[in-house]
Design a protein around this ligand. Structure first.
Ligand code: 5HY
Length: 254
């Protein structure tokens, strides 16, 4: 089984971190193919960043489809372009926020999200509402750490301590039973945090890979009826002309 894990930002360090996670969690027989976006911002921390990241993300999904991916993971906590990616894909496509929140509610009655900058809190809260987890999600908390600074969080004691302390506060003040890590760049902290906090700490990258494996293994693909049907073929001009699905792909998705 081929699972494509797309990093929708253009940070090579983040893409390398995702490749390490994929190697660690993929089952024998699963090839986790990590693809960094070829265009867009180096980190996604605003609606503007997200808009600029979408073309590169969708090109990566289309390329993965051409290469025979059985499913995809969008490895950014904003779940950018998730519905559009599902329109382009045959197999399942999971965003890491969606996967992590679902997983949290399977192992704990309540959870808190611990994320990066304060300005990303509102978008994570919108996702909580969108996925229907307002009752289970007690709070979305920011650490004030930018996405790219997380490159060194595992080896930087001060950075790690800030994240760990915010998780401790979440457990003490929110009464949550689990922690959802709010950034793909926190994936390498997950084991250490769960060992010390002694509650489920959920990294959406790992969980999304395992869920795609499970869905593909159960013979499930993205429905092509309704919202996730392949996009209509139509004239697209200017810089966006490259994003019209090639006829072969559109035909395969129909
Ligand atoms: C992420 N941004 O997982 C999100 C995290 C965030 O570039 N990768 C990014 O702060 O919303």
């Amino acid at each position: 089984m081929i699972i494509q894990i797309v990093n929708p930002n253009t940070s090579a360090a983040m893409t390398a971190k995702l490749a390490a996670v994929a190697r660690q969690v993929a089952a024998p027989g699963t090839e986790g193919r990590v693809r960094g976006s070829a265009s867009g911002p180096e980190s996604i921390e605003s609606a503007f960043d997200e808009a600029l990241a979408l073309p590169g993300l969708l090109l990566a999904v289309a390329q993965g489809e051409r290469e025979g991916a059985h499913g995809h993971v969008i490895a950014c906590f904003g779940d950018p372009g998730l519905a559009a990616a599902r329109e382009l894909a045959r197999g399942p496509v999971l965003g890491i926020a969606e996967a992590a929140m679902h997983a949290a509610t399977l192992v704990a009655p309540t959870f808190s999200v611990v994320t990066t900058l304060e300005r990303t809190v509102a978008s994570a809260q919108r996702l909580v509402a969108h996925y229907g987890f307002e009752r289970q999600c007690r709070r979305v908390r920011a650490t004030g750490i930018p996405v790219l600074a997380l490159e060194h969080a595992a080896s930087d004691a001060a950075l790690y301590a800030r994240i760990s302390a915010e998780c401790e506060r979440a457990l003490a003040e929110d009464g949550s039973g689990a922690i959802v890590l709010g950034c793909a760049g926190m994936a390498d902290l997950c084991q250490r945090l769960s060992d010390t906090l002694r509650v489920p700490v959920i990294d959406g990258v790992s969980v999304a890979i395992k869920l795609v494996e499970a869905l593909v293994g159960a013979g499930l693909a993205t429905s092509k009826r309704g919202d996730y049907a392949a996009p209509e073929s139509k004239a697209v001009s200017g810089a966006m002309a490259a994003f019209v699905p090639p006829p072969a792909l559109a035909h395969a998705l129909a």
